[in-house]
Design a protein around this ligand. Structure first.
Ligand code: IMP
Ligand code: MG
Length: 428
């Protein structure tokens, strides 16, 4: 009755979608337990790109897909993704928690305006309404998927929300707010369309586990965007740590078997806040272009830099990782030198091994690096033909890089990914 979980160890976009897709082949069910359509996962199968924001990336592999209670759902976006996936995968199975919260038009209106109003404390959100939807959940005025199926209750909740938010809209200069009746009608119609997928997913997931099925928890984002443990306030509004499968999907922690942390071979960040290893130079630009580092959701250029093992070690502390999946190693091929940050130096506090709570302290942290030789571009061409030999088939420089990541984090590397396609992945 195992539950395996994949989480991002950095700031998201580590290539989780690909690793989830890979692991989904031996799972019966894939579940999303946090976040919403602020996430973006790209899966490439036989050269065809699939980008998902709210559907679990495992959905392409035809496994049972669950969007659990800990997520926030924009129904129009979800319906769009269902339609797209149906074209290539007509009978994929989707289950949506009746307890998941709904992103409403007023959340989206508030998100960007609020983020701008925060000035330098804004996170540079994806403007998908994530923060305001989670805020309503915590304030116990949220609208849940079950409410979409009960038009009377929906009308009442939306009317209340619009009434109490009116002052905030005025203050933020938001004028074009749809009427309560408009929102109710539109969302009740979404409820009608989604109804066939809506269920008590807690029971479904626990029954599956009891019957001996393998469930894969697909974490969205990366650990350092976690609402409790991330770089507050430049983070997202959900819990990203693996333990959130308990709250976010209702699966007891005793079921957890493996926790795989995805590590991109370098660092990227889309959004604001300090990034100690950021390279504001031609190497950063090269990583961005070669790695295609533009947001899947917002298409913003990602800030790029050297691998920061402080992020990864901090993630391991919180997630208790059983294995690492190191991705995008192809992007570092052919560089003269590769650097890895092992810890920070702060002018007053000295050596720091984890990210401090205070962002003013974090902003003054300087990365301390170890240098490595890179592997050549030709050394990783057609690597999949040689990978029957496992680790030994990898270029020696890459072996050294991976061994260093293992020795610093204390976590074995289980997956190595050196290209976007499903084939360019080896399991050690
Ligand atoms: P929000 O989640 O849209 O509220 O955005 C909050 C912060 O998290 C912003 O800096 C976003 O760019 C960042 N963020 C949210 N989701 C992701 C993700 O999946 N990958 C990378 N960054 C993300
Ligand atoms: Mg992403």
């Amino acid at each position: 009755m195992p539950l395996n979980i994949v989480v991002g160890t950095q700031w998201g976009d580590e290539g989780k979608g690909k690793i989830v897709d890979y692991l989904a082949s031996s799972a019966d069910c894939v579940v999303r337990f946090n976040g919403g359509n602020n996430a973006g996962h790209t899966v490439v199968i036989n050269g065809q790109k699939h980008a998902f924001h709210i559907l679990p990336s495992g959905a392409v592999s035809g496994k049972k897909s669950v969007i659990a209670n800990g997520t926030v759902i924009d129904p129009a976006v979800l319906l769009g993704e269902i339609k797209t996936l149906r074209e290539t995968n007509p009978d994929f199975e989707l289950y949506i928690s009746d307890r998941a919260h709904v992103i409403l038009p007023y959340h989206k209106l508030m998100d960007g305006v609020m983020d701008d109003a925060k000035g330098k404390l804004g996170a540079g959100t994806t403007r998908r309404g994530i923060g305001p939807a989670y805020a309503d959940k915590m304030n116990r005025i949220g609208v849940r998927i079950c409410d979409l199926l009960d038009e009377e209750s929906l009308r009442e909740k939306i009317a209340f929300n619009l009434k109490i938010k009116r002052k905030v809209f005025q203050e933020l200069g938001i004028k074009e707010v749809p009427s309560a009746e408009q929102v109710t009608r539109e969302y009740a119609a979404y409820g009608h369309e989604l109804a066939g997928h809506v269920t008590e997913t807690v029971i479904l997931l626990n029954d599956l586990l009891k019957a001996g099925a393998t469930v894969l928890g697909e974490g969205a984002h990366g650990m350092h965007l976690d609402i409790d443990h991330g770089i507050y306030p430049f983070n997202t509004s959900s819990n990203i740590v693996a333990g959130n499968v308990n709250c976010g999907a209702g699966i007891p922690v005793k079921n957890v078997n493996r926790i795989i942390g995805t590590v991109k071979a370098y660092t990227t960040r889309v959004g604001t806040g300090p990034v100690p290893t950021e390279l504001d130079n031609e190497i950063g630009q090269l990583l961005r272009e070669k790695g295609g580092e533009y947001g899947t959701t917002t298409h913003r250029p990602r800030r790029c830099g050297w691998l920061d093992l402080v992020l990864v070690k901090h993630s391991n502390l919180l997630n208790g990782l059983t294995g690492l999946a190191v991705t995008k190693l192809d992007v570092l091929a052919g560089l003269d030198e590769i650097k890895v940050c092992t810890h920070y130096e702060h002018p007053e506090k000295g050596r720091l091994e984890i990210i401090p709570a205070d962002m003013r302290v974090f902003a003054r942290c300087r990365p301390v690096y170890r240098s490595f030789e890179s592997w050549s571009v030709s050394a990783i061409e057609n690597l999949e033909e040689k990978t029957g030999n496992g680790f030994q088939a990898l270029p020696v420089e890459m072996q050294e890089y991976l061994r260093f990541i293992e020795s610093e984090t204390g976590v074995p590397v289980e997956f190595v990914s050196y290209g976007a396609d499903r084939k360019a992945t080896i399991r050690l």
